[in-house]
Design a protein around this ligand. Structure first.
Ligand code: NAI
Ligand code: MG
Length: 329
């Protein structure tokens, strides 16, 4: 049986993850969920947000379904997510952006670039080293081309006119795209930021380096309409981690009004990764038809609670499953 590490985390993390698990169970997907207590509340109790044993335990699972973690107020704290991404070598961050205005996928390099961790910090001068490698660029370009081969085209986003390290990234992406026969264009990151707002429909698959991808994907969430709607996958060659892109939202935690769509869509991406395409599609359709009926949480102007919204998604799934023969699980 598949084993999934479940990390509810802090704040609204457990609220949206429990919705995602309810929806997952409704599809009949047979899975063992192994819960990990990591994050801020763990740090308050034990002084550690995550331990070596936790990381080893996660490696015994196929993948991770992650809620959100509140960053502890400790200057020496190192991000739990960055640690997991590094130790499990989750190099490809995939962020679909889907709404009436946009239908694009950002493919962000997740392990190098300006997040190399190579820093020299002084009072008068501080430096961060931007690392671009051929191997890192090649493997992210391969992932982007694989996705683009089933869609329309690829945009390689860079700043090679100023950052000469991006010449290597750009050149490598070109080579990979040409080898796979993928239709592609190149765009400077500032122009891409502008075009995403002005003409979001011109984008399909977008591949870029770590920091640019981080920033453009939050911009994309703004274009979609709410942070609460967006899901993501962090993929490596062996493991993967799926998470909504939002944080722990302490301002609304405990009120039962968090939008669970990002977490539910993350669970659908996980099913897709397991090769469970029909179950993933069932969830996507149920979420979309619930939203299009105007059933929404307050971040989208609605009045639903998290659990009312989840109930509506579940009844859509039951309805679809009752129609029976079209759904081949
Ligand atoms: P945030 O994403 O938690 O919240 C930003 C705003 O969006 C808030 O007003 C919040 O209420 C709203 N929001 C977020 N998700 C929502 C949802 N599902 N439904 C409805 N509204 C939603 O970002 P913020 O406030 O900057 O960070 C809060 C904490 O989360 C911090 O400790 C931060 O470090 C952490 N964080 C953790 C992440 C993770 O674990 N992946 C990612 C981003 C932030
Ligand atoms: Mg970010």
């Amino acid at each position: 049986m598949k084993r999934v590490a479940l990390v509810p985390g802090d704040g609204i993390g457990p609220e949206v993850i429990s919705s995602a698990v309810r929806v997952l169970n409704e599809t009949g997907f047979d899975v063992e969920l192994v819960e990990f207590d990591i994050g801020y509340s763990r740090w308050k109790r034990d002084g550690k947000a995550i331990t070596d044993d936790d990381v080893e335990g996660m490696k015994d699972c196929d993948c991770i379904l992650f809620g959100a973690i509140t960053t502890p107020p400790d200057p020496d704290y190192r991000s739990v997510l960055i640690r997991i991404r590094k130790e499990l070598d989750l190099y490809a961050n995939i962020r679909p952006l889907r709404s009436e205005r946009i239908d694009a996928i950002i493919v962000r390099e997740n392990t190098e670039g300006l997040y190399s961790g190579l820093e020299v910090l002084g009072d008068e001068e501080a430096r961060t080293v931007r690392v671009i490698t051929r191997r890192g660029s090649q493997r992210i370009a391969e992932v982007a081309c694989r996705i683009a081969s089933e869609r329309r085209h690829l945009t390689v986003i860079h700043k090679a006119n100023v950052l000469k390290s991006d010449v290597l990234f750009l050149k490598t992406c070109r080579e990979v795209a040409e080898r796979h026969g993928i239709r592609y264009e190149e765009m400077l990151v500032d122009a891409a930021a502008y075009n995403m707002v002005i003409r979001p429909e011109r984008f399909d698959v977008m591949v870029t380096t770590n920091l640019f991808g981080d920033i453009l994907s939050d911009e994309g969430a703004g274009i979609v309409g709410s942070l609460g709607l967006c899901a993501s996958a962090n993929l490596g060659d062996r493991w993967a981690l799926f998470e909504p892109i939002h944080g722990s939202a302490p301002d609304i935690a405990g009120k039962g009004i968090a939008n669970p769509v990002g977490a539910i869509r993350s669970a659908a991406m996980m099913l897709e990764w397991f090769g469970e395409k029909e179950r993933a599609r069932l969830i996507e359709q149920a979420v979309n038809s619930t939203l299009s009926r105007g059933i929404t949480t307050p971040d989208l102007g609605g009045r639903c609670t998290t659990s009312e919204f989840t109930d509506a998604v579940i009844s859509e799934i039951r309805h679809e499953l009752r129609r029976g023969d079209q759904v081949d699980l």
